[in-house]
Design a protein around this ligand. Sequence first.
Ligand SMILES: NC(=O)c1ccc[n+]([C@@H]2O[C@H](COP(=O)([O-])OP(=O)(O)OC[C@H]3O[C@@H](n4cnc5c(N)ncnc54)[C@H](OP(=O)(O)O)[C@@H]3O)[C@@H](O)[C@H]2O)c1
Length: 265
Amino acid sequence: MNLELEGSVAFITGASKGIGRECARVLAEEGCTVVVTARGKESLEETARELSERTGQKIMPIAGDMSRPEDIERAVAETVDSFGRIDILITCAGSSPGGLLENLTEDEWFSSLNLKFMGYVRACRAVLPRMREQGSGSVVLVVGNDGLKPTPWETTAGVANAADINFASAMAEQYGKSGVRINTVNPGPVNTDRWEGLEEAFARDKGVSRERAHDLAVGSIPFGRICEPEEVADVVAFLASPKASFVHGAHVPIDGGQRKALMDI
Ligand SMILES: NC(=O)c1ccc[n+]([C@@H]2O[C@H](COP(=O)([O-])OP(=O)(O)OC[C@H]3O[C@@H](n4cnc5c(N)ncnc54)[C@H](OP(=O)(O)O)[C@@H]3O)[C@@H](O)[C@H]2O)c1
């Protein structure tokens, strides 16, 4: 299927690795110019170089911390200065810690909300008014299935994700009238560095081996495996594209039908 994205400009937060990197690859393969952001400058530049060589598209790295309002505004302004517009916004910069209520610190709660919720809000605040002026645009927030399926061990991610989903629904009401589509994608466990770290923390907190933690995750998904980042990226690219022209205000799960309660031992 041709996603009709040739010549579009995409801005992706949290894209030096994992799901964001795969989103950048798929969109570039579909003919987009892509701006990628992350904090680590070296790995971001390396990712941009690799993707550019692989796809032949312009991939521009802009280093910055997407929990800091000034970094988001600077990155968006640099993108608009360079390419004149942003057609697609994808937010992936998130790193909420796992843990039980008794063990989570104030800092962990605030840093989770500051990046995974307010970081997404700030990215939308910087980009949506520009899309409204353009009269077009598509936003996909990569959120997480614990926003829809709460578990006691993933509360910092879960509440930030639930807030993102609520926020996206509200923005869909407001900006749909201006031709801007907004949707969320909600993965379960995905094979990235973030998931590896979560499995390690889960094993530590529950007093089980790393292998047992992995088996519990896999056992909660009928397919008997976790998701690959490119499977998420394909859904994101479709939603971002004109082929999803009537999909708006939707919260799309991509978790293989995970029953999260089966992980709760
Ligand atoms: N993997 C999963 O199982 C899973 C499941 C559900 C939802 N999600 C969500 O999907 C998104 C992507 O997750 P992932 O698994 O792809 O993570 P990942 O592999 O850890 O990659 C995260 C990316 O975000 C960047 N990043 C982290 N903190 C940042 C910050 N403050 N400012 C700018 N960039 C930042 C990282 O680069 P730097 O560290 O260099 O900044 C990296 O490029 C996250 O929002 C996550 O919550 C993931």
